[in-house]
Design a protein around this ligand. Structure first.
Ligand SMILES: [Zn+2]
Length: 352
């Protein structure tokens, strides 16, 4: 064998190990018909080691990144930010397991958004202030949802235009649009993302911010887990959806210090048929006396709009290769999203 061939083989082996190509497959186990991966294997692959975490949680991490889960629960935390898993974490013989759906559709896109997405360019943000006209949305003596949605969206539009994005509003006045009309506007807008802005209603004590993305293929989201779900499709933007939700949700929680109700999955009409990266953002509860008053104030609407804009910039920088030409904000979180994981693809799965 020639020395050249030796050199080539050596380089090939180096490349394989650097790309994670030689990584051992993850061992899988079934719980309730779902395929699960041992968390220990997953965290080892990411280069994470055990850490002290939130109370009741099992935590691992590396650098400034700590991930925490709770046995038999669907809560998943990255640092302090909360996500709701599609399936509960399972425990067997002292080992914790996480569903492979959650590994591929939540954990990896969140921990390594650059590897997980195939996002194209982003030039236009479609803003969708929920409700309007005869549909007031959630109402209370403190605030009317349709007005707050529109007020935040208008402030956000101004900020995004300054940052160099194009903006399309599904409505810019107090009139009614069907959900299908809203989706149609987004679907015909190329190189866009869709941000639907809402506010919540619930028990008077209910408070906080939550962000929804489409439930991944085969899952229904936390509201309807009553039947087998193979027929339920996700969409091609699963990774972009969760990356966009992460960027926006974390910025708004940090800015407002609102209660973090988590990034959740749902099959809302506007999320199901859209062909662009999309989220539905709920900026607080109009039904909560304190939060309702705050939501209706110009100061809070401005704070929320600024955080939403920064989240969209963050998504744009992290996920999209091409940034909008005139985008002038500095790239946020440079380097922070890297982990010590070696390669661009997660190892394959193998039944144990
Ligand atoms: Zn609403």
């Amino acid at each position: 064998m020639s020395s050249c061939l030796f050199r080539c083989l050596f380089v090939l082996l180096l490349l394989l190990s650097a790309a994670g190509g030689a990584a051992e497959p993850f061992r899988t186990t079934e719980f309730g018909g779902e395929e699960y991966v041992a968390l220990k294997d997953l965290w080892r692959w990411y280069g994470f080691s055990p850490r002290k975490g939130r109370e009741g949680c099992v935590a691992y991490g590396a650098g400034n990144r700590t991930v925490s889960v709770m046995p038999r629960r669907q809560d998943f935390y990255v640092n302090s930010y909360r996500y709701i898993l599609s399936f509960p974490v399972q425990e067997l013989a002292g080992q914790l397991y996480i569903s492979s759906v959650d590994v591929h559709k939540l954990v990896d896109p969140v921990l390594r958004p650059k590897f997980s997405t195939s996002a194209g360019s982003l030039r236009t943000v479609v803003l969708d202030p929920g409700h309007g006209g005869h549909d007031a949305g959630a109402t209370s003596s403190y605030a009317r949802e349709k007005d707050c949605n529109l007020a935040v969206a208008k402030r956000l539009r101004a900020k995004l235009l300054k940052l160099g994005f194009k903006v399309v509003m599904t409505r810019d006045g107090d009139y009614f649009l069907t959900l299908q009309q809203r989706v149609a506007i987004a679907n015909k807008t190329p190189d866009s993302i869709f941000v639907s802005i809402h506010h919540n209603s619930g028990r008077s004590g209910a408070e906080g911010i939550e962000t929804f993305t489409l439930a991944p293929h085969g899952t229904t989201g936390p509201f309807a887990r009553t039947r087998r779900t193979e027929e339920l499709s996700g969409n091609n933007q699963d990774s972009e959806n969760i990356a966009l939700a992460t960027a926006v949700h974390s910025r708004t929680i940090k800015a407002t210090k609102a209660v973090d109700r988590g990034i959740q999955r749902a099959r809302f009409s506007v999320l199901c048929t859209i062909v662009r990266p999309a989220i539905l953002f709920e900026g607080g509860f109009v039904s909560n006396p304190e939060e309702g008053r705050r939501i209706s104030s110009a100061a809070y609407q401005e704070l929320l709009a600024e955080a939403l804009a920064q989240g969209i910039v963050s998504y744009s920088c992290i996920v999209c290769r091409k940034r909008p030409g005139a985008l002038n904000a500095p790239p946020p979180g440079k380097g922070r999203l890297r982990t010590s994981a070696p390669g661009s693809h997660l190892p394959s799965l193998r039944k144990s």
